[in-house]
Design a protein around this ligand. Structure first.
Ligand code: BYC
Length: 482
Protein backbone atom coordinates (compact mmCIF):
# COMPACT_ATOMS: atom_id res chain seq x y z
CA UNK A 1 0.00 0.00 0.00
CA UNK A 2 1.38 3.43 -0.88
CA UNK A 3 1.58 5.98 1.97
CA UNK A 4 -1.20 8.03 0.42
CA UNK A 5 -3.66 5.11 0.09
CA UNK A 6 -6.21 4.83 2.85
CA UNK A 7 -7.05 1.49 4.43
CA UNK A 8 -10.82 1.68 4.86
CA UNK A 9 -11.49 -1.88 5.97
CA UNK A 10 -10.89 -1.86 9.71
CA UNK A 11 -12.56 0.01 12.55
CA UNK A 12 -10.23 2.98 12.10
CA UNK A 13 -9.64 4.19 8.52
CA UNK A 14 -6.01 5.20 8.18
CA UNK A 15 -3.06 5.74 5.90
CA UNK A 16 -0.46 4.93 8.54
CA UNK A 17 -0.42 1.15 8.01
CA UNK A 18 -2.19 0.60 11.31
CA UNK A 19 -2.96 -2.99 10.27
CA UNK A 20 0.74 -3.82 10.67
CA UNK A 21 1.18 -1.93 13.93
CA UNK A 22 -0.60 -4.20 16.40
CA UNK A 23 0.36 -2.29 19.57
CA UNK A 24 -0.97 1.07 18.38
CA UNK A 25 -4.01 -0.48 16.68
CA UNK A 26 -4.99 -2.19 19.94
CA UNK A 27 -4.41 0.97 21.96
CA UNK A 28 -6.64 2.98 19.61
CA UNK A 29 -9.32 0.27 19.53
CA UNK A 30 -9.29 0.37 23.34
CA UNK A 31 -9.65 4.14 23.30
CA UNK A 32 -12.49 4.03 20.74
CA UNK A 33 -15.43 3.12 23.09
CA UNK A 34 -14.44 5.93 25.46
CA UNK A 35 -14.41 8.31 22.52
CA UNK A 36 -17.89 7.21 21.38
CA UNK A 37 -19.09 7.52 24.99
CA UNK A 38 -17.70 11.07 25.09
CA UNK A 39 -19.34 11.87 21.71
CA UNK A 40 -22.75 10.62 22.92
CA UNK A 41 -22.46 12.52 26.23
CA UNK A 42 -20.78 15.72 25.07
CA UNK A 43 -21.22 15.83 21.29
CA UNK A 44 -24.22 17.43 19.53
CA UNK A 45 -27.34 17.33 21.69
CA UNK A 46 -30.02 15.40 19.78
CA UNK A 47 -29.84 14.52 16.07
CA UNK A 48 -27.54 11.57 16.71
CA UNK A 49 -29.82 9.36 14.61
CA UNK A 50 -30.46 11.95 11.92
CA UNK A 51 -28.94 11.38 8.50
CA UNK A 52 -26.51 14.21 7.86
CA UNK A 53 -25.02 14.98 4.45
CA UNK A 54 -21.36 14.91 5.53
CA UNK A 55 -18.05 14.83 3.81
CA UNK A 56 -15.71 12.12 5.01
CA UNK A 57 -11.98 12.21 4.39
CA UNK A 58 -11.08 9.20 2.27
CA UNK A 59 -7.62 10.15 1.05
CA UNK A 60 -4.92 12.78 1.24
CA UNK A 61 -4.74 13.72 -2.41
CA UNK A 62 -5.17 17.53 -2.59
CA UNK A 63 -7.80 17.10 -5.33
CA UNK A 64 -10.55 14.73 -4.23
CA UNK A 65 -9.74 13.75 -0.62
CA UNK A 66 -13.35 13.60 0.57
CA UNK A 67 -16.63 12.02 -0.37
CA UNK A 68 -20.12 13.30 0.50
CA UNK A 69 -22.94 11.08 1.72
CA UNK A 70 -25.68 10.78 4.33
CA UNK A 71 -24.20 9.50 7.58
CA UNK A 72 -25.45 9.19 11.17
CA UNK A 73 -22.90 11.09 13.21
CA UNK A 74 -21.94 8.28 15.62
CA UNK A 75 -21.20 6.16 12.51
CA UNK A 76 -18.87 8.77 10.99
CA UNK A 77 -15.54 7.15 10.02
CA UNK A 78 -13.10 9.07 12.19
CA UNK A 79 -9.81 8.16 10.58
CA UNK A 80 -6.11 8.82 10.96
CA UNK A 81 -4.76 10.60 7.94
CA UNK A 82 -1.33 12.11 7.50
CA UNK A 83 -0.22 14.17 4.51
CA UNK A 84 2.23 12.20 2.34
CA UNK A 85 5.86 12.21 3.50
CA UNK A 86 8.29 14.56 1.75
CA UNK A 87 11.34 12.60 0.68
CA UNK A 88 14.51 13.74 2.46
CA UNK A 89 12.74 16.41 4.55
CA UNK A 90 15.06 18.39 6.80
CA UNK A 91 14.35 20.25 10.05
CA UNK A 92 13.58 23.71 8.66
CA UNK A 93 14.45 25.99 11.61
CA UNK A 94 16.01 26.27 15.06
CA UNK A 95 19.26 24.85 16.39
CA UNK A 96 18.87 21.57 14.44
CA UNK A 97 18.15 23.31 11.14
CA UNK A 98 19.29 21.23 8.16
CA UNK A 99 19.41 17.90 10.04
CA UNK A 100 17.10 15.07 8.91
CA UNK A 101 13.54 15.56 10.20
CA UNK A 102 12.82 13.30 13.19
CA UNK A 103 10.70 10.23 12.56
CA UNK A 104 10.81 9.34 16.26
CA UNK A 105 10.45 11.63 19.28
CA UNK A 106 13.76 13.37 20.07
CA UNK A 107 14.36 12.27 23.71
CA UNK A 108 15.62 15.64 24.91
CA UNK A 109 12.41 17.38 23.78
CA UNK A 110 9.91 14.70 24.69
CA UNK A 111 8.06 16.65 27.41
CA UNK A 112 7.87 19.86 25.35
CA UNK A 113 6.55 18.01 22.31
CA UNK A 114 3.98 16.09 24.33
CA UNK A 115 2.72 19.33 25.89
CA UNK A 116 2.22 20.94 22.46
CA UNK A 117 0.33 17.89 21.18
CA UNK A 118 -1.84 17.66 24.30
CA UNK A 119 -2.76 21.36 24.17
CA UNK A 120 -3.62 21.10 20.48
CA UNK A 121 -5.63 17.92 21.16
CA UNK A 122 -7.51 19.49 24.08
CA UNK A 123 -8.99 22.30 21.98
CA UNK A 124 -10.68 19.91 19.53
CA UNK A 125 -13.20 18.16 21.82
CA UNK A 126 -13.55 21.43 23.76
CA UNK A 127 -15.04 23.17 20.72
CA UNK A 128 -17.51 20.30 20.17
CA UNK A 129 -18.60 20.62 23.80
CA UNK A 130 -18.99 24.39 23.44
CA UNK A 131 -21.22 23.97 20.38
CA UNK A 132 -23.30 21.02 21.54
CA UNK A 133 -26.55 22.90 22.15
CA UNK A 134 -26.68 24.72 18.82
CA UNK A 135 -28.36 22.05 16.65
CA UNK A 136 -31.75 22.65 18.29
CA UNK A 137 -31.79 26.31 17.18
CA UNK A 138 -30.24 25.92 13.71
CA UNK A 139 -31.45 28.67 11.33
CA UNK A 140 -31.62 26.16 8.44
CA UNK A 141 -30.78 22.57 7.56
CA UNK A 142 -27.82 23.91 5.55
CA UNK A 143 -26.39 25.57 8.68
CA UNK A 144 -27.16 22.58 10.86
CA UNK A 145 -25.23 20.37 8.46
CA UNK A 146 -22.26 22.75 8.53
CA UNK A 147 -22.28 22.75 12.34
CA UNK A 148 -22.22 18.95 12.42
CA UNK A 149 -19.52 18.83 9.73
CA UNK A 150 -17.33 21.08 11.84
CA UNK A 151 -18.09 18.96 14.92
CA UNK A 152 -17.20 15.58 13.38
CA UNK A 153 -14.00 17.04 11.94
CA UNK A 154 -12.97 18.47 15.30
CA UNK A 155 -13.56 14.92 16.55
CA UNK A 156 -11.23 13.65 13.84
CA UNK A 157 -8.63 16.22 14.86
CA UNK A 158 -8.77 14.77 18.36
CA UNK A 159 -8.11 11.34 16.83
CA UNK A 160 -5.15 12.83 14.96
CA UNK A 161 -3.50 14.04 18.19
CA UNK A 162 -4.43 10.86 20.08
CA UNK A 163 -2.73 8.78 17.38
CA UNK A 164 0.51 10.73 17.92
CA UNK A 165 0.23 10.26 21.69
CA UNK A 166 -0.49 6.52 21.44
CA UNK A 167 2.10 5.82 18.78
CA UNK A 168 5.03 7.88 20.05
CA UNK A 169 4.60 8.45 23.80
CA UNK A 170 3.92 5.01 25.33
CA UNK A 171 2.25 4.83 28.76
CA UNK A 172 2.14 8.56 29.41
CA UNK A 173 0.73 9.12 25.92
CA UNK A 174 -2.07 6.67 26.78
CA UNK A 175 -2.78 8.54 30.00
CA UNK A 176 -2.93 11.86 28.16
CA UNK A 177 -5.28 10.32 25.57
CA UNK A 178 -7.62 9.27 28.39
CA UNK A 179 -7.42 12.69 30.04
CA UNK A 180 -8.46 14.34 26.77
CA UNK A 181 -11.80 12.54 27.15
CA UNK A 182 -12.17 13.50 30.82
CA UNK A 183 -11.74 17.29 30.81
CA UNK A 184 -14.87 19.32 30.04
CA UNK A 185 -15.28 22.80 28.63
CA UNK A 186 -16.31 25.21 31.37
CA UNK A 187 -16.16 22.63 34.18
CA UNK A 188 -14.92 24.33 37.37
CA UNK A 189 -12.98 21.21 38.48
CA UNK A 190 -11.75 19.74 35.18
CA UNK A 191 -11.79 22.58 32.64
CA UNK A 192 -10.23 22.51 29.17
CA UNK A 193 -6.66 23.81 29.10
CA UNK A 194 -6.95 27.17 27.31
CA UNK A 195 -9.18 30.04 28.39
CA UNK A 196 -11.28 30.61 25.26
CA UNK A 197 -12.26 26.94 25.16
CA UNK A 198 -14.07 27.27 28.48
CA UNK A 199 -16.34 30.08 27.26
CA UNK A 200 -19.87 29.45 26.08
CA UNK A 201 -20.99 29.47 22.43
CA UNK A 202 -24.58 30.39 23.30
CA UNK A 203 -26.00 31.33 19.90
CA UNK A 204 -25.37 31.10 16.17
CA UNK A 205 -23.78 34.53 15.83
CA UNK A 206 -21.24 33.35 18.40
CA UNK A 207 -20.79 30.10 16.48
CA UNK A 208 -19.95 31.98 13.28
CA UNK A 209 -17.66 34.39 15.13
CA UNK A 210 -15.97 31.44 16.83
CA UNK A 211 -15.40 29.60 13.55
CA UNK A 212 -14.17 32.83 11.98
CA UNK A 213 -11.84 33.99 14.76
CA UNK A 214 -11.01 30.98 16.93
CA UNK A 215 -10.73 28.38 14.18
CA UNK A 216 -8.35 30.86 12.57
CA UNK A 217 -6.12 30.59 15.63
CA UNK A 218 -6.33 26.88 14.88
CA UNK A 219 -5.10 27.58 11.36
CA UNK A 220 -2.18 29.72 12.60
CA UNK A 221 -1.11 27.23 15.27
CA UNK A 222 -1.44 24.28 12.88
CA UNK A 223 0.60 26.15 10.26
CA UNK A 224 3.30 26.71 12.92
CA UNK A 225 3.19 23.03 13.99
CA UNK A 226 3.14 21.87 10.35
CA UNK A 227 6.68 23.25 10.15
CA UNK A 228 7.81 20.97 12.98
CA UNK A 229 11.02 18.99 12.75
CA UNK A 230 9.03 16.08 14.24
CA UNK A 231 7.79 14.78 10.93
CA UNK A 232 4.67 12.86 12.05
CA UNK A 233 3.35 16.06 13.70
CA UNK A 234 4.12 18.09 10.59
CA UNK A 235 2.33 15.63 8.31
CA UNK A 236 -0.67 15.36 10.65
CA UNK A 237 -1.11 19.14 10.83
CA UNK A 238 -0.70 19.54 7.09
CA UNK A 239 -3.70 17.34 6.51
CA UNK A 240 -5.75 18.91 9.33
CA UNK A 241 -5.31 22.29 7.63
CA UNK A 242 -7.21 20.95 4.60
CA UNK A 243 -10.27 20.42 6.80
CA UNK A 244 -9.77 23.62 8.83
CA UNK A 245 -10.32 25.77 5.73
CA UNK A 246 -13.99 24.73 5.62
CA UNK A 247 -14.50 25.72 9.27
CA UNK A 248 -13.28 29.26 8.59
CA UNK A 249 -15.43 29.34 5.45
CA UNK A 250 -18.46 28.52 7.63
CA UNK A 251 -17.57 31.42 9.95
CA UNK A 252 -16.77 33.97 7.29
CA UNK A 253 -19.81 33.26 5.14
CA UNK A 254 -22.06 32.89 8.19
CA UNK A 255 -21.26 36.41 9.36
CA UNK A 256 -21.47 37.70 5.77
CA UNK A 257 -24.97 36.24 5.42
CA UNK A 258 -26.10 37.79 8.73
CA UNK A 259 -24.69 41.19 7.72
CA UNK A 260 -26.33 40.88 4.31
CA UNK A 261 -29.75 40.05 5.75
CA UNK A 262 -29.52 42.99 8.18
CA UNK A 263 -28.58 45.40 5.40
CA UNK A 264 -31.33 44.10 3.09
CA UNK A 265 -33.96 44.44 5.81
CA UNK A 266 -32.77 47.96 6.69
CA UNK A 267 -32.92 48.99 3.06
CA UNK A 268 -36.40 47.51 2.55
CA UNK A 269 -37.61 49.39 5.66
CA UNK A 270 -35.93 52.63 4.60
CA UNK A 271 -33.61 52.72 7.62
CA UNK A 272 -30.20 54.14 6.81
CA UNK A 273 -28.90 54.89 10.33
CA UNK A 274 -27.29 51.70 11.69
CA UNK A 275 -27.62 53.09 15.24
CA UNK A 276 -31.42 52.97 15.17
CA UNK A 277 -31.08 49.71 17.00
CA UNK A 278 -34.65 49.26 18.23
CA UNK A 279 -36.10 49.88 14.79
CA UNK A 280 -33.64 47.46 13.18
CA UNK A 281 -34.32 44.78 15.78
CA UNK A 282 -38.06 45.02 15.13
CA UNK A 283 -37.29 43.76 11.61
CA UNK A 284 -36.15 40.45 13.09
CA UNK A 285 -32.50 40.95 12.16
CA UNK A 286 -29.35 41.63 14.19
CA UNK A 287 -28.27 45.27 14.23
CA UNK A 288 -24.73 46.01 13.04
CA UNK A 289 -23.50 47.50 16.36
CA UNK A 290 -24.36 44.22 18.11
CA UNK A 291 -22.52 42.25 15.42
CA UNK A 292 -19.52 44.53 16.11
CA UNK A 293 -19.73 43.79 19.85
CA UNK A 294 -19.71 40.04 19.20
CA UNK A 295 -16.68 40.48 16.94
CA UNK A 296 -14.97 42.44 19.75
CA UNK A 297 -15.67 39.61 22.18
CA UNK A 298 -14.51 36.70 20.04
CA UNK A 299 -11.47 38.47 18.61
CA UNK A 300 -10.20 39.47 22.05
CA UNK A 301 -10.84 36.03 23.57
CA UNK A 302 -8.96 34.46 20.67
CA UNK A 303 -5.96 36.80 20.98
CA UNK A 304 -5.42 35.29 24.44
CA UNK A 305 -4.79 31.93 22.75
CA UNK A 306 -1.47 33.22 21.43
CA UNK A 307 -0.04 33.26 24.99
CA UNK A 308 2.26 35.95 26.35
CA UNK A 309 3.86 38.33 23.88
CA UNK A 310 7.26 37.47 25.35
CA UNK A 311 7.50 33.73 25.91
CA UNK A 312 10.32 31.42 26.89
CA UNK A 313 8.13 28.44 25.98
CA UNK A 314 7.74 29.72 22.42
CA UNK A 315 11.48 30.49 22.16
CA UNK A 316 12.37 27.01 23.43
CA UNK A 317 9.95 25.29 21.04
CA UNK A 318 11.41 27.18 18.09
CA UNK A 319 15.03 26.65 19.16
CA UNK A 320 14.29 22.93 19.53
CA UNK A 321 12.81 22.76 16.02
CA UNK A 322 9.36 21.73 17.27
CA UNK A 323 7.15 24.74 16.47
CA UNK A 324 7.98 27.22 13.71
CA UNK A 325 6.53 30.48 12.53
CA UNK A 326 3.54 30.96 10.25
CA UNK A 327 4.67 29.55 6.89
CA UNK A 328 8.30 29.35 8.03
CA UNK A 329 9.18 27.74 4.69
CA UNK A 330 8.27 30.92 2.82
CA UNK A 331 10.27 33.30 5.05
CA UNK A 332 13.64 34.63 3.96
CA UNK A 333 16.01 34.75 6.94
CA UNK A 334 18.38 32.48 8.83
CA UNK A 335 15.47 30.51 10.43
CA UNK A 336 17.40 30.50 13.70
CA UNK A 337 16.72 33.97 15.11
CA UNK A 338 19.76 33.91 17.42
CA UNK A 339 20.10 37.63 16.79
CA UNK A 340 17.68 40.29 15.62
CA UNK A 341 14.68 41.95 17.17
CA UNK A 342 10.94 42.09 16.68
CA UNK A 343 8.67 45.00 17.69
CA UNK A 344 6.34 44.08 20.54
CA UNK A 345 3.41 46.19 21.72
CA UNK A 346 3.80 47.00 25.41
CA UNK A 347 2.37 49.28 28.01
CA UNK A 348 5.03 51.90 28.64
CA UNK A 349 4.36 54.98 30.81
CA UNK A 350 0.64 54.28 30.64
CA UNK A 351 0.60 54.20 26.82
CA UNK A 352 0.57 51.33 24.34
CA UNK A 353 3.85 51.52 22.41
CA UNK A 354 6.17 49.40 20.31
CA UNK A 355 9.27 48.11 22.02
CA UNK A 356 11.94 45.95 20.38
CA UNK A 357 12.41 42.49 21.91
CA UNK A 358 14.70 39.60 20.89
CA UNK A 359 13.00 37.94 17.91
CA UNK A 360 13.25 34.50 19.51
CA UNK A 361 11.33 35.60 22.60
CA UNK A 362 8.70 37.44 20.57
CA UNK A 363 7.40 34.50 18.51
CA UNK A 364 3.92 34.50 20.04
CA UNK A 365 3.63 38.20 19.22
CA UNK A 366 4.74 37.57 15.67
CA UNK A 367 2.22 34.78 15.14
CA UNK A 368 -0.46 37.02 16.63
CA UNK A 369 0.47 39.81 14.19
CA UNK A 370 0.16 37.37 11.28
CA UNK A 371 -3.19 36.30 12.70
CA UNK A 372 -4.54 39.86 12.93
CA UNK A 373 -3.57 40.51 9.29
CA UNK A 374 -5.36 37.30 8.26
CA UNK A 375 -8.49 38.27 10.27
CA UNK A 376 -8.70 41.63 8.55
CA UNK A 377 -9.20 40.03 5.13
CA UNK A 378 -12.65 38.62 5.92
CA UNK A 379 -13.67 41.72 7.86
CA UNK A 380 -13.03 43.66 4.64
CA UNK A 381 -15.50 41.35 2.86
CA UNK A 382 -18.17 41.97 5.50
CA UNK A 383 -17.66 45.71 5.07
CA UNK A 384 -17.99 45.40 1.31
CA UNK A 385 -21.51 44.00 1.78
CA UNK A 386 -22.42 46.90 4.09
CA UNK A 387 -20.99 49.46 1.64
CA UNK A 388 -22.91 47.89 -1.26
CA UNK A 389 -26.12 48.65 0.65
CA UNK A 390 -25.02 52.26 1.20
CA UNK A 391 -25.08 51.96 4.99
CA UNK A 392 -22.53 54.13 6.81
CA UNK A 393 -20.98 51.51 9.08
CA UNK A 394 -17.70 49.66 9.17
CA UNK A 395 -16.89 46.61 11.26
CA UNK A 396 -13.45 47.06 12.82
CA UNK A 397 -11.22 44.74 14.77
CA UNK A 398 -10.69 46.19 18.24
CA UNK A 399 -7.20 47.16 19.40
CA UNK A 400 -5.13 44.17 20.58
CA UNK A 401 -5.00 45.68 24.10
CA UNK A 402 -8.79 45.51 24.41
CA UNK A 403 -10.38 43.02 26.87
CA UNK A 404 -7.33 40.84 27.41
CA UNK A 405 -6.76 38.17 30.03
CA UNK A 406 -3.32 36.92 29.03
CA UNK A 407 -0.11 38.86 28.44
CA UNK A 408 0.99 42.48 28.51
CA UNK A 409 -2.49 44.01 28.59
CA UNK A 410 -4.19 41.61 30.98
CA UNK A 411 -3.81 43.95 33.94
CA UNK A 412 -5.22 47.02 32.17
CA UNK A 413 -8.57 48.11 30.81
CA UNK A 414 -8.23 49.40 27.27
CA UNK A 415 -11.08 50.54 25.06
CA UNK A 416 -11.46 49.30 21.47
CA UNK A 417 -9.03 52.01 20.27
CA UNK A 418 -6.36 51.01 22.78
CA UNK A 419 -6.92 53.96 25.12
CA UNK A 420 -6.37 52.95 28.73
CA UNK A 421 -9.47 53.42 30.89
CA UNK A 422 -9.71 53.64 34.66
CA UNK A 423 -11.48 50.66 36.29
CA UNK A 424 -14.54 52.87 36.88
CA UNK A 425 -14.64 54.05 33.23
CA UNK A 426 -14.29 50.46 32.07
CA UNK A 427 -17.18 49.28 34.24
CA UNK A 428 -19.29 52.18 33.01
CA UNK A 429 -18.51 51.64 29.31
CA UNK A 430 -18.08 47.88 29.12
CA UNK A 431 -21.40 47.28 27.37
CA UNK A 432 -20.52 49.91 24.74
CA UNK A 433 -17.91 47.40 23.59
CA UNK A 434 -19.16 43.96 24.59
CA UNK A 435 -22.65 42.38 24.37
CA UNK A 436 -24.88 43.42 27.29
CA UNK A 437 -27.45 41.16 28.96
CA UNK A 438 -30.13 42.87 26.82
CA UNK A 439 -28.12 42.23 23.62
CA UNK A 440 -27.79 38.58 24.59
CA UNK A 441 -31.52 38.31 25.34
CA UNK A 442 -32.36 39.85 21.98
CA UNK A 443 -30.10 37.46 20.07
CA UNK A 444 -31.48 34.54 22.04
CA UNK A 445 -35.02 35.59 21.12
CA UNK A 446 -34.10 35.22 17.44
CA UNK A 447 -32.71 31.70 17.85
CA UNK A 448 -35.81 29.88 16.62
CA UNK A 449 -35.20 26.68 14.67
CA UNK A 450 -35.95 26.58 10.95
CA UNK A 451 -35.83 22.95 9.84
CA UNK A 452 -37.70 23.09 6.51
CA UNK A 453 -35.54 22.56 3.42
CA UNK A 454 -34.89 25.80 1.48
CA UNK A 455 -36.06 27.98 4.41
CA UNK A 456 -33.90 30.25 6.57
CA UNK A 457 -34.45 32.08 9.85
CA UNK A 458 -35.37 35.79 9.53
CA UNK A 459 -31.89 37.03 10.50
CA UNK A 460 -29.69 35.21 7.98
CA UNK A 461 -29.55 35.20 4.17
CA UNK A 462 -29.35 31.92 2.22
CA UNK A 463 -25.89 30.91 0.99
CA UNK A 464 -24.87 31.70 -2.58
CA UNK A 465 -24.17 28.05 -3.40
CA UNK A 466 -25.03 24.78 -1.74
CA UNK A 467 -22.60 22.32 -0.22
CA UNK A 468 -21.29 19.92 -2.88
CA UNK A 469 -23.19 22.09 -5.39
CA UNK A 470 -26.53 20.86 -4.11
CA UNK A 471 -29.65 22.86 -5.06
CA UNK A 472 -31.33 25.30 -2.64
CA UNK A 473 -34.06 22.88 -1.50
CA UNK A 474 -31.65 20.03 -0.72
CA UNK A 475 -32.40 18.26 2.56
CA UNK A 476 -28.98 18.47 4.21
CA UNK A 477 -30.21 16.78 7.40
CA UNK A 478 -32.96 14.18 7.38
CA UNK A 479 -34.30 14.73 10.86
CA UNK A 480 -37.33 12.52 10.26
CA UNK A 481 -35.01 9.52 10.25
CA UNK A 482 -33.85 10.37 13.79
N1 BYC B 1 -5.19 30.00 28.50
O1 BYC B 1 4.81 31.07 27.68
P1 BYC B 1 3.36 31.40 27.50
C1 BYC B 1 -7.53 25.17 17.53
C2 BYC B 1 -0.27 29.39 29.81
S1 BYC B 1 -6.87 26.50 18.38
C3 BYC B 1 -4.65 29.36 29.57
O2 BYC B 1 3.04 32.72 27.02
P2 BYC B 1 3.18 29.62 25.31
C4 BYC B 1 -8.99 25.09 17.40
C5 BYC B 1 0.76 28.54 29.08
O3 BYC B 1 0.23 27.23 28.81
C6 BYC B 1 -5.11 26.20 18.42
N2 BYC B 1 -3.32 29.27 29.78
O4 BYC B 1 2.67 30.31 26.63
C7 BYC B 1 -9.76 26.22 17.17
C8 BYC B 1 1.90 28.51 30.06
O5 BYC B 1 1.63 27.56 31.06
P3 BYC B 1 2.81 26.70 31.74
C9 BYC B 1 -4.65 25.30 19.55
C10 BYC B 1 -2.51 29.87 28.90
O6 BYC B 1 3.39 28.21 25.68
C11 BYC B 1 -11.13 26.12 17.09
C12 BYC B 1 1.84 29.88 30.71
O7 BYC B 1 0.52 30.37 30.47
N3 BYC B 1 -3.28 24.94 19.42
O8 BYC B 1 -6.81 24.35 17.07
O9 BYC B 1 4.24 30.35 24.64
C13 BYC B 1 -11.76 24.89 17.21
C14 BYC B 1 2.89 30.82 30.12
O10 BYC B 1 2.50 31.15 28.80
C15 BYC B 1 -2.99 30.57 27.78
C16 BYC B 1 -2.25 25.53 20.07
O11 BYC B 1 -2.44 26.42 20.87
C17 BYC B 1 -4.40 30.61 27.61
N4 BYC B 1 -4.96 31.25 26.56
O12 BYC B 1 1.89 29.81 24.37
C18 BYC B 1 -10.99 23.76 17.43
C19 BYC B 1 -0.86 25.05 19.74
N5 BYC B 1 -1.95 31.07 27.11
O13 BYC B 1 3.42 25.88 30.63
C20 BYC B 1 -9.60 23.84 17.52
C21 BYC B 1 -0.13 24.45 20.89
C22 BYC B 1 -0.85 30.71 27.77
O14 BYC B 1 3.75 27.70 32.32
N6 BYC B 1 0.03 25.35 22.00
N7 BYC B 1 -1.17 29.99 28.85
O15 BYC B 1 2.07 25.85 32.73
C23 BYC B 1 0.98 26.33 22.06
O16 BYC B 1 1.72 26.53 21.12
C24 BYC B 1 1.11 27.14 23.32
O17 BYC B 1 0.81 26.31 24.38
C25 BYC B 1 0.23 28.41 23.39
C26 BYC B 1 0.68 29.25 24.61
C27 BYC B 1 0.36 29.20 22.11
C28 BYC B 1 -1.24 28.07 23.63
Amino acid sequence: MSMAAVDYDGLIPNNVALGGDVRVKRALEKWHPGYIGWWMDMGPEGFQNALVYLRTAIGVDPKGWAKFDYVRMPEYRWGILLAPPREGRKIPFGSHKGEDAWQEVPGEYRAMLRRLIVIQGDTEPASVEQQRHLGTTAPSLYDMRNLFQVNVEEGRHLWAMVYLLQKYFGADGREEAEALLQRRSGDPDTPRMLGAFNEKTPDWLSFFMFTYFTDRDGKMQLEALAQSGFDPLSRTCRFMLTEEAHHMFVGETGVTRIVQRTCEAMKEAGISDPNEIDKVRKLGVIDLPTIQKKANLHFSLTLDLFGNEISTNAANAFHAGLKGRFREDRLQDDHQLESGNYPVLRLIDGKVQNDDAPALSALNMRLRDDYVADCNIGVGRWNKVIAEHGIPFEIKLPHVAFHRHIGEFSRTNADVDGKILSPAEWTHRRTDFLPSAADKDFIESLMQPQFEPAKFASWIAPPRVGIDNKPGDFEYVKIADA
